[in-house]
Design a protein around this ligand. Structure first.
Ligand SMILES: Cc1ncc(COP(=O)(O)O)c(C=O)c1O
Length: 400
């Protein structure tokens, strides 16, 4: 009966009948935790430890005890939350939007991202996706019967965008560019030069930009520019946001999409049949979190310490290197001189008791790399201990 599925679905592997090494698929990954393996592959801040700030926890409990939690909000989201978000968008992202017309609250940015691509891609439309990048960028194109056109990012350019590469791949079928900014897995915060050149390219070829900014909250010493705020870009961009990474609310499932009246009108008309609505309790808790977001500073300081420590430990391993992470709590490690990254991924599970992510899941350019999530656990020392185990194991691998 598998052949009854649409072609794009036939090749998917959810880990139900055969093991999948992809970190967020199937049960094989969580089974590793039961064997005492540190899971450094889930981009979920401080997982599995408690991380909810006290005032948000109290608001969530108060909401659960009240009359609202069990009921729907409007499909587009809680009005007060949208007003708080609009204020933040103005201050942080230089986007001046009408909260009632340009913001759609989503049950997390994964659904937001799919929903940003879905209204645009018809069979045969080509979509340019810088690679390596977030695997859902690739799946969202193929699930919509679009044609994926990866644009290779290069370490020697600091993984910044090379618009000449985009120009080489654009055709009269190109419809969209999907950008993960800051990028996951490379952590690159695209700089002004990259983004201005990209916006000119998009306008010149009359394309749509879907820009996923799930990791925008911690960009350390790098300027975070929202492409939709650049001249001529708001009307052709859908920007996707998340509360999962910067606030550590992945389990609450809240994100939001921001776009022009024209796109939002069509999305809103379909929202009730596609996304339904986002958890009422989670949305009310988010208002509280935005009203006092000082806890994010504590998160940022921890991730900043960890990225610097990881840079020092990983770069002290012979034949292995990484760039200093520019954002968030990931690191992208080049192990290509040691051998095949899938072998190394498997070896680290056995030898170092650490499961990270195998680079090839992040598309062309990913092979030969590992993604390591530095954001896990509250305690820095547990993360450093796992990194030292990786170092010891990879040093032996070199000697082999
Ligand atoms: C780049 C990027 N975008 C979106 C998501 C989805 O996050 P959520 O659905 O929790 O908002 C993730 C999660 O790992 C991500 O890494």
């Amino acid at each position: 009966m598998r052949n009854k599925l649409k072609k794009a679905f036939q090749s998917l592997n959810g880990g139900l009948f055969e093991a999948s090494d992809k970190a967020d698929v199937g049960s094989s990954y969580t089974d590793l935790a039961n064997d005492g393996v540190d899971l450094m592959g889930w981009a979920d801040p401080f997982t599995p430890d408690f991380s909810l700030p006290e005032h948000v926890l109290n608001k969530a409990i108060e909401t659960l005890k009240g009359p609202l939690a069990a009921h729907y909000t409007a499909p587009s989201g809680n009005e007060e939350l949208k007003a708080v978000i609009a204020k933040r968008l103005k201050e942080k992202n230089h986007l001046d939007v009408d909260p009632q017309r340009n913001i759609l609250i989503t049950p997390g940015s994964d659904s937001g991202l799919f929903y940003a691509v879905f209204p645009f891609i018809e069979p045969g439309d080509e979509v340019l996706v810088p690679s390596p990048s977030y695997p859902n960028n690739f799946t969202n194109v193929t699930l919509n019967n679009g044609i994926l056109v990866p644009i290779l990012l290069k370490e020697e350019n600091g993984y910044q965008l090379d618009i000449e590469e985009f120009e080489k791949h654009v055709t009269n079928k190109t419809k969209m560019v999907i950008l993960t900014h800051p990028n996951n897995p490379t952590t690159t915060v695209y700089n002004r030069q990259s983004l201005e050149a990209l916006s000119q390219f998009i306008i010149k070829h009359d394309l749509i930009l879907v820009c996923d900014q799930a990791f925008e909250d911690f960009t350390y010493d790098h300027e975070m520019i929202t492409p939709a705020s650049l001249p001529g870009m708001f009307e052709r961009t859908v920007t996707v946001f998340s509360a999962s990474k910067g606030m550590g609310f992945s389990g609450f499932r809240v994100g939001f999409n921001v776009c022009s009246d024209v796109f939002m009108d069509a999305m809103l008309a379909a929202t009730v049949s596609v996304l339904g609505a986002t958890s009422t309790m989670a949305q009310i808790s988010m208002i509280e979190a935005y009203q006092d977001s000082s806890f994010m500073k504590v998160f940022e300081e921890a991730f900043d310490r960890r990225r610097k420590k990881a840079y020092e430990i990983i770069n002290s391993i012979p034949h292995v290197h990484m760039l200093l992470p520019e954002s968030g709590f990931l690191c992208w490690v080049d192990v290509s001189e040691l051998g095949n990254s899938n072998d190394i991924y498997q070896y680290l599970i056995k030898e170092a008791k650490v499961a990270c992510n195998e680079g090839s899941f992040y598309g062309p350019g990913g092979e030969g790399h590992l993604r390591i999530v530095l954001g896990i656990y509250r305690d820095d020392e547990k993360v450093y201990d796992a990194l030292y185990r990786i170092k010891d194991a990879l040093s032996k691998y070199t000697q082999k």
